[in-house]
Write a protein that binds this ligand. Structure first.
Ligand SMILES: [Zn+2]
Length: 248
């Protein structure tokens, strides 16, 4: 795979970086990333990855745009209310970068369909808004041996972690959250600029992982406090009894 002249122009500010170069830009072009959730986090992740030239994006969301989304989901405009988020997000990508192939999946990810929907991707970024989905995604990524970046934000708190096989996201949060709807920002509220911060961090982490920049951060979760304006990184120990990765 090589870059055309108009791609070289487009990505010139990437390619001039010694950490990226033509080789790194080609890795981005060759990569296929699934983004779960075209919400607050997805609204930062999707434009960043599309702009960066990730070759294929699968955008998975079964929700429709509502007025109460707009304060944190700049993928959408007022006139998009009532339309499918995945569809509008794909249109956004197509307008932003014709070199990116974007597919929409208007399904809710659960334990029954996660492996089918996520198979064939080099990386999964989960920006969904509930633990049941996040755990189903994590379990599927273990089975598929696909790296996972899991990102979440609520109120003024956010977290982003990269997981490869062991430890997994389930080691981090435990099994208690498999129930549907045990949390979401409808009840708790969330600051729009916070989801953008967490989503941008997740996108940068994804680009670094695909290109191979910096050290491998697998097993580390980065926590952001939006009131104190500070980041903190914690290492997640593998749970030997984890029902997803414990016997892996
Ligand atoms: Zn685990």
């Amino acid at each position: 795979m090589s870059l055309r002249d108009d791609e070289l122009d487009r990505y010139a500010r990437h390619i001039v970086l010694p950490q990226v170069g033509g080789v790194g830009q080609n890795k981005l072009k060759a990569s296929r990333i699934a983004v779960i959730g075209a919400g607050g986090i997805g609204s930062a992740v999707i434009p960043a990855l599309a702009g960066a030239g990730v070759g294929r994006l699968t955008i998975i969301d079964d929700d429709i745009v509502e007025l109460a989304n707009l304060h944190r989901q700049p993928l959408f405009r007022e006139r998009d209310a009532g339309h499918a988020k995945a569809e509008i997000a794909v249109q956004f990508v197509q307008r932003l970068n014709r070199f990116v192939k974007a597919d929409q999946v208007r399904e809710r990810v659960d334990a029954g369909n996660a492996q089918r929907l996520l198979g064939g991707h080099d990386l999964v970024i989960d920006g969904s808004d509930n633990f049941a989905t996040r755990l189903a995604v994590s379990d599927a990524c273990i089975e598929l041996r696909t790296p996972l970046i899991s990102a979440a934000a609520v109120q003024f708190q956010g977290q982003v972690g990269l997981f490869r096989a062991k430890p997994c996201y389930r080691c981090f949060v435990g099994d208690a959250f498999d129930a549907e709807d045990c949390d979401n920002c409808a009840e708790l509220g969330v600051l729009g600029a916070l989801t953008a911060t967490i989503g941008s961090f997740a996108a940068l982490m994804a680009i670094n992982a695909i290109v191979g920049i910096g050290e491998d951060l697998a097993g580390q979760v980065n926590l952001f406090d939006g009131e104190k304006m500070s980041w903190r990184a914690i290492r997640i120990p593998a749970d030997p009894a984890c029902k997803a990765c414990g016997s892996a």
